[in-house]
Ligand binder design. Structure first.
Ligand code: AHR
Length: 658
């Protein structure tokens, strides 16, 4: 904290220094930006986001449902539910009983039969996802499917605070003998971080209940998504949204692979499945982690559209996770997997006269989602992947020649598996190849030059998953600290400089629940009421919000600015806003004097510099969510002007052209 305050002071002083022209010192380095020649176009997709349901990113996260195990379909049917009689009375049916009954409702195999003997002493309580967040004054929509076999039953629905006191209440009279959906609205009388939902009963008798739901009314533009989390995504101005994974696409075995068709249609009819991250890490077990698919493929496409991102769905290629079972479908049985890909394209782009286009229209989106990219497999490797990729590519290109296919080079950014896949995919003239990099910060600094010498005749690159690991790859001790974010910024100058070959890039993973995470680092951390952006988020945002339209040559002494004197730089022009944007990373612990030369254009004089800087170990947190944040100052730019680049900083200079 103390270090952070000192940094804030430094930034304030630094910003003032940058705002004026400072004298040139002996160590000054010259960075030449040539505006007269654009090097390449920057793809609209350049900086995007990657969403996977890991770390309770979907249920308990982006999807705002507060009730966990809402239809009793978890392996342990009452997981997340507490039957209140057991606390107060002996384990008998004196006050009431809950029986889990098999139903013939499709994809919803159970409901709860409630027998109430002593209404005053019997209730069901749902704990939510690590507690429910309630906001004072906000309305919450409650729904339940219910029926009674005898007299009418009145449900008493309450929001509870941490002390089990009621902070909101409503009643619902269940009088139908057939299944019927009942609705009510509850006002929260207090803000509560770890609340619960209580279902009490006014009368003796039996009632059947299922599909219980409690949703806040302040969701993102009428969707059921958490507004604060979507806002953070929207603010990034992402060029694409890759979904739904990640390893979750593959499944631990093929039966657990992600099947998009099971995630569309009515929310209540979607079949729940275990989340593969449930049991993946012994150090972070999550036995209550399931996928309700409330956030399904329709919602993903809609989210992409709402935040202005191109959709990029990734599909199973018939290979389960090779770190787990490595189960694979024989090639002669691969047709259903390929059909899923073809049908998905129809779901996204087909007219309402087509089977899958009609479903999309019926779900509320008659217009096409304009899908242009589709991914085949996630982190697969070996000849088995290449064989399967070929069959997919052939089928997709035959029916939809305009669709670009994203293939992958496996989990590592180098080594035998990587080299094999890269060579094969080049020979196959693959459109776009996904590379993943989970490495230490030194790797990211060193790899700022990675694409400078990449083969320009091969596939385009999708830097699909990257995050600097402060401790070790996939270590639970990894932190979203400033040094990691800074190293990613240095690496990203290299991606930007090579925008002719790098067409997409995304940090991974995107979200983590503060209590429910399996994997760290992550771009955005949240709990039941709050969310904060990491320094890595701010780096992503500075690049994505300043992506420009074309890259420019940026050299120092005739060489790329890619590590000499620990400086890294890239530059773009935005032909719409008529600005040159220069990104400079100073990885050294000392400030550096730099002369920025903007050649080949007339400078208007105005501009700004936005600086992100901090101590290497500094992190943002719920207590101090903006310890590391961008600081913007106006500058007076000239054709040649001197700046002081702060120690361990990312600076984004925006220079207005005439
Ligand atoms: O981002 C977490 C996991 O890391 C992804 O699911 C996988 O693709 C990678 O190995």
């Amino acid at each position: 904290m103390r270090a952070g305050i000192e940094w804030k002071k430094f930034i304030a002083v630094f910003a003032l220094a940058s705002a004026s022209i400072v004298s040139v010192d002996a160590q000054k380095q010259v960075i030449d930006v040539d505006v007269s020649k654009t090097v390449s176009e920057v793809q609209p997709t350049m900086w995007g986001i990657f969403f996977e349901d890991i770390n309770f990113g979907a249920d308990g996260g982006l999807y705002a449902e507060l009730v966990k195990n809402r239809s009793f379909e978890f392996d342990v049917p009452l997981m997340g539910w507490h039957v209140e009689k057991y606390d107060k009375f002996s384990n008998n049916n004196e006050s009431g009983a809950v029986t889990i009954v098999n139903s013939d409702r499709e994809n919803n195999s159970r409901y709860a039969k409630i027998t109430v003997n002593n209404a005053a002493q019997f209730a069901l309580i749902n704990e939510g996802f690590f507690g429910m967040g309630f906001k004072k004054g906000l309305k919450y929509n409650f729904t339940v499917d219910a029926r009674t076999s005898g007299d009418a039953q009145t449900l008493v629905v309450e929001l509870l605070n941490e002390k089990n006191e009621s902070v909101g209440k409503t009643t619902i009279k269940v009088d139908s003998k057939e299944w019927k959906k009942y609705n009510a609205s509850i006002d929260a009388g207090a803000t509560v971080a770890k609340g619960k939902l209580k279902l009490g009963f006014a009368n003796q008798g039996t009632v059947d209940i299922d599909l219980i739901s409690l949703l806040p009314t302040d969701t993102w533009k009428g969707t059921n998504l958490r507004a604060d989390l979507v806002q953070l995504l929207y603010d990034l101005k992402p060029g694409f949204l890759r979904f739904p994974g990640g390893c979750i696409v593959e499944g631990r075995d093929l039966s657990q692979r992600y099947q998009w068709k099971k995630t569309v249609g009515e929310r209540d009819d979607r079949e729940l499945m275990i989340n593969r991250w449930n049991t993946e890490f012994h150090h972070r077990p999550a036995p209550d982690y399931f996928q309700s698919f409330s956030l399904g493929f329709y919602e993903y496409f809609k989210l992409a559209e709402d935040i202005g991102a191109a959709p990029l769905p990734i599909l199973s290629c018939g290979m389960a996770c090779q770190f787990n079972t490595a189960e694979m479908v024989p090639l002669e049985n691969i047709d259903p997997y390929i059909q899923d890909a073809l049908d998905l394209i129809e779901f996204a782009n087909g007219g309402p006269e087509t089977k899958w286009g009609k479903l999309r229209a019926d779900m509320g989106h008659p217009a096409a989602f304009n899908l242009k990219l589709i991914g085949v497999g996630n982190e697969q490797w070996g000849p088995e992947y290449i064989e399967r990729y070929k069959v997919f590519a052939n089928a997709i290109k035959t029916k939809y020649p305009a669709i670009k296919i994203v293939s992958g080079t496996g989990p590592f950014p180098d080594g035998e598996l990587f080299d094999y896949a890269a060579k094969e995919l080049k020979q196959l003239k693959a459109d776009v190849v996904d590379e993943h990099y989970y490495r230490d910060p030194e790797w990211f600094f060193a790899n700022a030059k990675r694409y400078d010498s990449y083969d320009r005749s091969g596939p385009k690159i999708f830097a699909g998953e990257y995050a600097a690991q402060s401790k070790a790859i996939a270590s639970p001790d990894n932190k979203n600290n400033w040094m990691c974010a800074l190293s990613e910024a240095a690496f990203m100058t290299g991606l930007e400089r090579n925008a002719d070959v790098v067409h997409l890039a995304s940090y991974a993973p995107l979200f983590a629940h503060a209590e429910g995470w399996q994997w760290t680092p992550d771009l955005i951390w949240f709990n039941s009421l709050q969310a904060y952006a990491t320094p890595n988020y701010h780096v992503q945002k500075l690049f994505a919000n300043n992506k420009g339209t074309h890259t420019l040559s940026v050299l120092s002494g005739g060489k790329q600015v890619a590590g000499e004197n620990q400086l890294y730089a890239s530059a773009v022009i935005d032909k719409n806003s008529k600005e040159v944007i220069v990104k400079v990373v100073n990885a050294s612990a000392k400030q550096q004097s730099v002369q920025l030369k903007i050649g080949g254009a007339k400078i208007a004089g105005g501009g700004s510099v936005t600086v992100l800087a901090s101590d290497p170990e500094a992190v943002n947190s719920f207590n101090d969510p903006t310890l590391i944040k961008p600081v913007e100052q106006a500058i007076t730019a000239k054709k040649d002007f001197d700046v002081v680049v702060a120690p361990r900083s990312l600076s984004v200079y925006k220079i207005k052209l005439r």
